[in-house]
Design a protein around this ligand. Sequence first.
Ligand code: FES
Length: 116
Amino acid sequence: MENTPITPEDKLRLCALADIPEGGSKGFVFGERKLFALKQQGKIYLYRNSCPHLGIPLEWVENQFLDDSGSMIQCANHGALFVIKTGKCVAGPCSGRALTPINYSIEAGDIFIAHS
Ligand code: FES
């Protein structure tokens, strides 16, 4: 969810847009808060790193959130597959459920999320 206003006092810089490789993914941890970002055709998708199946992080290998084809988000635990654009699970034990999108904004080449 891009461009929903984030108030200046609540703004937290996630990273530079360029830090997320095209066609790739990257994980982030802020205290108890875990999330991951993907870049597809220049567009950013940002989700909570919590699988709807068991509520645990999706990846086993750092920054690897995609399946072998690079076209779906994959949970490494039990293989659930999610649509990148929507976060909806289309295969696996949480089929029909969805990842939680994170609101963000892009300013001057940096990605920002809300603090809370
Ligand atoms: S924890 Fe993600 S598929 Fe089971």
